[in-house]
Write a protein that binds this ligand. Sequence first.
Ligand code: GLA
Length: 383
Amino acid sequence: MKAMQEQISIKFKELFQTEGSFFASPGRINLIGEHTDYNGGFVFPGAVDKGMIAEIKPNGTGTVRAYALDLSDYAEFGLTEEAAPEASWARYIFGVCREIIKRGGNIQGFDTVFAGDVPLGAGMSSSAALESTFAFALNELFALGIDKFELAKIGQSTEHNYCGVKCGIMDQFASVFGKAGSLIRLDCRSLEYKYYPFNPVGYKLVLVDSVVKHELASSAYNKRRQSCENVVAAIRRNHPQVEFLRDATMEMLSEVKADISAEDYMRAEYVIEEIQRVLDVCDALEHGDYETVGAKMYATHHGMSKLYEVSCEELDFLNDIAKECGVTGSRVMGGGFGGCTINLVKEELYDHFIQTAVSAYKEKYGREPKIYDVVISDGARHL
Ligand code: GLA
């Protein structure tokens, strides 16, 4: 991180002949609770030690001048709706500015150089890290007084309105609210949350990155969300109190089976079960029962693969290897369609599992998966 900060600083001086302030925001993991956030359910994320860093300085004009160090790409754009940039990375920053302005925030142009070490398209929320970095920084630099939840929502609205992904609140929430050593259970309907110190003695959490990028997955993601909304609309005819799938039961779902598509039925079945799994995992954690935590993770993988259909061959393969190696819990993490599995592994099994996963994956797919040990870290901050 220090090295990254130094490189940013050199480039910033070269481009803008001055110095700014540094801000950082992390990517996230999620222990369990996938595709539950936009259904008003529970999620269980934590921030990681990888994220985005930006140096930023207001420039007293109406123009943003931004340099993406990792892409060696420069963009300039204004702050009005018509002044949107072309480059997709710049649209995240533009979107954050626009969402702040829509909320009445008085901001001006600024200069920035940013870089990151959270892998792109790996299901670790690099885009939320970018949004949170700028939302947090602009709030501070322009003394806007926006609260942390609203900062997360600014990132989420950026995805909806400028990047075409109808995401839930989990990623931006985790990136802003993260706390070293703790996972956070968030109720995405009431927005109540609770920190759970996470220190599974004798176990490690490790990500195995299939290096299958999920970049083109946004339309499939939005389609999943649409399925959930279709089912809610059908259930509401008999149960008007049901606002989200969170409020629905399997009985209610059976009642409408004939009125909805088989596909929508499977999607809703997965979500209803997954919301319950998050609560079960919280209970199990309170009793130090990691076997149950792991079993629920496998159940989530099965649901994501067979009912929600957001896994892929490579991720199913990695999940099978974990099972064969006796790993306690394993599942595809994040939105899916590529990216990582998250694995809860007994320490004594760790080396064997990693070696087996790397060599078997390489043999089958001709490339090595990447391995990231999970270090649960702090959220958005001024460095
Ligand atoms: C993506 C979205 C989140 C969430 C997850 C799946 O990361 O951005 O809001 O829906 O997928 O749990």
